[in-house]
Ligand binder design. Structure first.
Ligand code: SF4
Length: 411
């Protein structure tokens, strides 16, 4: 009987892609997926190290799986936490058999196979998706220097995949919706002297699949050409990585832009495509964030009327620019600011969702009873509850009959 693996994935969509590739590699080595971690001969935890809470969750998961695995099963830890703190992790967790960074040589038994550089991992084939959508990572690493972010220090500079390799993966996945991801997606190709290559890439993907969605767009890179290309795919969904609205604070973050510029861009996109949907994320309590900065962010959130927004408390990351900044914000105050912003956005999201009641929309059926229009990214935004007899993987026109917070109901 073939030996079996269990692969647990934490963190962001980019990590999910790495896990898919690892699974593809394990299957190609003759392993089979186990139904439960207790049945596996090899347990792999693909960790996240983005912020403190993610690191804690990763360690809790490793310990839980170390306890749950059957005697003799091998436990391997990979992903961002392994990359970032591999030696400390190996010392602190003796129950782990192998701590390995990206491109991990995950094999069974005592002798690990040859390690792959992380970029080669990106180009590996992956198993078929069991939902009608899939993430595709188009580049690894990031060339920016955002003050709060440690990712470039352990994921390295940007390395874009070739268009040929990406399109090959899109063809092989054979799904209805492709979600393109990268740390800095709009800069795809810049590292290989092909600035603006994201536009022909999106066009080529959109020619192959019904839906092409883009996540994580750095706002300065979102020019008219890219906006028009995104709208032309039929999925006018804009995930803008804004982080704040106050200009002085954004400069402390070593990021581009300010509230008025962001609002002008959003207005312009809405003029071009009134059904455009917007998502963004914001950091609350970055060192030096004043009451004025916070008020500016509140005003921005109210004015922007984004469909979706996430607010995250600042997490001090060793080795980053922000880790040396003064002006730490009191945690109690951060919690208050977070609550105020989240309440405001929940209200805005609920109203925007209610405004859709009565509309006829096209959904992609992810599974019986669950669909998504262009406004909902998988696993991140709300869903549309649809009749259960609509078959998974198909598109259907439905009428929105109700809204409950972030979710919609349709008949
Ligand atoms: S764009 Fe900024 S926040 Fe995003 S990965 Fe690069 S450095 Fe980090």
């Amino acid at each position: 009987m073939a030996e079996r693996y269990w692969l647990e994935t934490l963190g962001c969509p980019k990590n999910q892609v790495d896990s898919d590739k690892l699974a593809g590699r394990l299957v190609s080595e003759g392993l089979q997926a186990a139904d439960r971690p207790e049945d596996a001969d090899l347990v792999v935890v693909n960790t996240c190290a983005f912020i403190e809470a993610a690191r804690e969750e990763s360690i809790e998961t490793i310990l839980a799986l170390a306890g749950a695995r059957r005697p003799g099963a091998r436990l391997v830890v990979t992903g961002c936490l392994a990359e970032r703190a591999g030696d400390e992790l190996a010392d602190a967790l003796p129950e782990v058999d192998q701590v390995a960074g990206f491109g991990v040589a995950v094999t069974l038994g005592a002798k690990p196979g040859p390690a792959l550089p992380s970029f080669d991992l990106l180009n590996l084939p992956r198993p078929k998706s069991d939902v009608p959508w899939a993430y595709v990572k188009v580049a690894e690493g990031c060339d920016r220097t955002c003050g709060f972010c440690a990712i470039p220090s352990f994921r390295g500079p940007q390395r874009s995949r070739s268009e040929e390799s990406i399109l090959g993966e899109v063809d092989q996945l054979d799904v209805a919706e492709i979600v393109l991801v990268a740390q800095d997606l709009a800069s795809y190709g810049r590292d290989v002297g092909r600035k603006g290559a994201i536009v022909p890439l999106v066009e080529a993907v959109a020619a192959r699949v019904a839906r092409t969605r883009l996540l994580y767009l750095y706002p300065s890179e979102l020019d008219d050409r890219l906006v028009d290309t995104i709208c032309a795919t039929g999925v006018p969904y804009f995930d803008l990585s804004l982080q704040h609205a106050s200009k002085p604070l954004l400069r402390r973050m070593r990021r581009w832009g300010d509230g008025p510029r962001f609002l002008a861009r959003i207005d312009d996109i809405r003029r071009r495509e009134p059904s455009a949907a917007f998502r963004s994320s914001f950091i609350v309590g970055y060192p030096g964030e004043t009451e004025e900065d916070h008020d500016e962010l509140l005003r921005f959130v109210e004015e922007a009327q984004l469909d979706w927004a996430g607010f995250f408390s600042y997490s001090r990351e060793e080795g980053t620019h922000a880790a040396q900044l003064d002006g730490a914000v009191d945690p109690g105050l951060v919690a208050e600011r977070l609550a105020e912003l989240s309440e405001m956005q929940d209200r805005i999201t609920a109203v925007r969702r209610s405004d859709l009641v009565g509309d006829i929309v096209e959904v992609l059926v992810d599974e019986p009873g669950v669909g998504r229009t262009h406004r909902e990214a998988p696993e991140i935004d709300g869903i549309v509850a649809i009749p259960r007899d609509l078959p998974a993987g198909t598109f259907a026109k439905v009428t929105i009959t109700g809204a409950a917070g972030p979710d919609l109901e349709a008949a």
